[in-house]
Design a protein around this ligand. Structure first.
Ligand code: NIG
Ligand code: FE
Length: 398
């Protein structure tokens, strides 16, 4: 079933997991025997099926009492890249440690790829995300690292439907600037950021050993803010490098990774209202410690989950698997983990007023699961439970 543009779509007979506390039962706002109406790609009504007033031209979709969630949101990916790092992965499995240096392999392959090739690869990954029920994906640049290549990656990202584009020109110092890293930071601040049309966020990898110091990162974030971008920080991933504190200080929308964050960092993030984006898949695949999710939550930080989809630390488009890892590796409750890929994830990309819950006025993005129990996203792990995916009121999968 595919609703023609402008027509109404009704999802009926559903266990609606609205992720809108107050709209239904419990922390996930569940409406049993619920229904959802979308007109022109926007949710116009949510409630009990028996109260639905169906427009005469509506296309009806019977969910068969299955769980229906907001389209999932992945708030942190490095979607646009070329090349392959499977050899580096295999070496790691033989005992080598993860190091930021591997990024240069992807930078080389990405610079050599054409725009068309980069678009094709990103579209393939985005289609895989969509197959898992993910309808909004943040996508960073960061494998170009010249003005020309960063802007190329940004154009590719910005041209994709459902993508939130982020400029991350300060990912690592590229090989040609190794002798003078501060000159590269100058280039990022003075040339790349001011030209980053179409980006929503500016991000930096704050990691004194391997990427950027706190002082360098602060310069990048100040330039990002001056150019009108909202801010994100790759923080405290490989060491306790000061990234989380910096993210709080500059009022970043999110601080991401946080494997080495402390209680004082958590307090600063909570005070600043900065969302923590955690990526258990990256910890798992690199042998890094898991982020202290419980501690962050208990100190009042909003926690989102992400794949971190990238060729180095976490090559996966399966956000559902992160829900399972969020529970078993980060010790989040199933409800916390589900909110972490919906409402909290939408907050982490500054789009809570657009996606991440099933609420009138938001985009009609939804996923009908194979199961009647949303907890199966964690419990029945490693398989794809998305049966039907709806984007802006149109069935795009299933
Ligand atoms: O989020 N932390 C920095 N960047 C990526 C890894 C990039 C790579 O290894 O290619 C991350 O884990
Ligand atoms: Fe990342």
């Amino acid at each position: 079933v595919s609703a023609p543009a402008g027509a109404a779509l009704a999802v009926r007979n559903a266990r609606l997991v609205t992720c809108d506390t107050g709209a239904g039962e419990g922390p996930l706002g569940v409406v049993e025997a619920g229904a959802l109406l979308a007109v022109g790609g926007v949710i116009t009504w949510v409630g009990r099926d028996r109260d639905l007033r169906l427009p005469h031209d509506a296309v009806e979709l019977d969910a068969g009492l299955r769980a229906v969630l907001p389209g999932l949101v992945d708030p942190h990916t490095h979607l646009v890249f070329a090349g392959d790092r499977s050899g580096e992965f295999a070496a790691r499995m033989r005992g080598q440690a993860y190091a930021a240096g591997g990024i240069a392999t992807t930078v080389k392959a990405t610079r050599e790829a054409s725009d068309a090739e980069l678009s094709r690869l990103a579209e393939e990954r985005l289609a895989r995300f969509c197959g898992y029920g993910v309808t909004t994906v943040e996508a960073k640049t960061g494998y170009g690292l010249t003005t020309r290549d960063e802007l190329r990656l940004l154009r590719v990202a910005a041209g994709l439907e459902g993508v939130v584009p982020t400029l991350m020109a300060a990912h690592v110092v590229p090989p040609e600037h190794r002798e003078a890293p501060d000159a590269f930071v100058d280039l990022v601040c003075q040339e790349m950021i001011p030209a980053a049309e179409g980006a929503q966020f500016c991000d930096v990898w704050c990691e004194p050993e391997g990427a950027f110091s706190v002082a360098q990162s602060r310069r990048v974030l100040d330039a990002g803010r001056a150019a009108g971008f909202a801010l994100k920080v790759h923080a405290d991933q490989l060491s306790h490098g000061g990234g989380a504190r910096l993210a709080a200080e500059v009022g970043a929308v999110s601080a991401d990774h946080l494997e080495h964050a402390t209680e004082a960092d958590a307090d600063a993030l909570a005070r600043a209202g900065t969302v923590a984006v955690l990526m258990p898949g990256a910890s798992m695949m690199t042998g890094q410690p898991f982020a202290p999710a419980r501690m962050l939550i208990e100190r009042g930080v909003r926690v989102a989950l992400s794949t971190d989809c990238n060729p180095g630390t976490s090559y996966s488009e399966n956000l559902q698997l992160q829900v399972a890892l969020g529970c078993v590796a980060l010790r989040m409750t199933p409800e916390e983990a589900l909110l972490a890929v919906t409402r909290q994830a939408a907050a982490a990309v500054g789009r809570e007023d657009r996606c991440g819950s099933l609420r009138p006025g938001l985009a009609a993005d939804a996923v009908i699961l194979e199961s009647r129990r949303e907890v199966d996203l964690a419990y029945h792990y490693g398989v794809n439970l998305a049966r039907t995916v709806i984007r802006e009121g149109r069935v795009v999968v299933g």
